[in-house]
Ligand binder design. Sequence first.
Ligand code: SF4
Length: 215
Amino acid sequence: MLRVNEVFHSIQGESSFAGWPCVFVRLTGCNLRCTYCDTRYAYDEGEEMGIPDVLLKVKAFDCPLVEITGGEPLIQEEAPRLAEAFLGLGLIVLVETNGSRDISLIDSRCTRIVDLKCPSSGQMGANDYANLGRLKNHDELKFVISDREDYDFARHHVQQLRTGRFGAMIPVHFSPVFGRMDPGILTQWILDDRLQVRLNLQLHKLIWGPDRRGV
Ligand code: SF4
């Protein structure tokens, strides 16, 4: 059984799939407590559902793109099997993870979006840096940035990744914390350093505001 916080149909707000309609399956629970967390309601709230029930709910939206998110999906043992079940339906499957668990648990046909925690999260000590070596070309790396210290941390890892054999191809997203990091300043830092990364604005917050749930 899975513990599911919510299943909803919205616009993908982040990643290389930003702007596409997407069904989100938010699993309950997280092993971290980031200072800027905007999904605290997912720490405990949720209902028990079997994988067939989740598939039924997702199929009802008739949407080819699905994302498993949280919380942290990988703290639930059945999350990898849910991803495989979605793949079996022929869906494009994204799995967003906080980077503290081994991503090789997730079928590599999924796009694994790994959030490497920066200093201001307060959770940097939880990063499993071995995940950087597990990324495939179609996976994605994300840094949530609050300030210059976060930016410098992220830049260091991007520069290291880009010098690796496969790292040049991996999409990297710099996401300013809504209301804390001015996107214009972050953009200028990226341009000044000639960094090959994508500015990742959270479209759903721009459309519906920062506090709306289920979007
Ligand atoms: S990993 Fe995500 S869900 Fe967990 S505390 Fe951090 S921001 Fe919140």
